[in-house]
Design a protein. Structure first.
Length: 117
């Protein structure tokens, strides 16, 4: 009998808007995707201003949260603003871990870009 695993994919897109690097994630962020995200965030962080858009992310595990924290800490000379929807599993993860107070988090991309502008 053949068995197939249904492993949700992670999609990472990076773009620039008004001098801000926008990194957008879709799908689920777990151990399988953190390496790629760390690489993208390291490159994006060189600009000094990063909008990490998690509004289309359905799930984030502890390794994903740790990656976001490391990106925040690495940006000592710049800024990182996280976009996170007002509900769902990702928002709950940020709330229950206290990251809402540690990081700059907004529910809209436009507000994040304005904050970074």
């Amino acid at each position: 009998m053949r068995s197939e695993l249904n492993i949700p994919a992670l999609s990472i897109a990076s773009s620039e808007q008004d001098g801000v690097q926008v990194v957008t994630l879709q799908g689920e962020l777990d151990l399988r995707g953190v390496g790629e995200l760390e690489t993208v965030l390291a490159v994006a962080g060189e600009s000094g201003r990063v909008c990490l858009n998690l509004s289309e992310l359905r799930f984030i595990d502890s390794t994903g949260l740790a990656t976001v924290i490391r990106a925040h800490q690495a940006g000592s000379g710049g800024r990182l603003v996280v976009v996170c929807s007002t509900d769902g599993a990702v928002r709950r993860a940020f709330e229950t871990t206290g990251l809402m107070t540690l990081l700059s988090v907004t529910s809209e991309r436009g507000a994040a870009l304005q904050e970074l502008g």
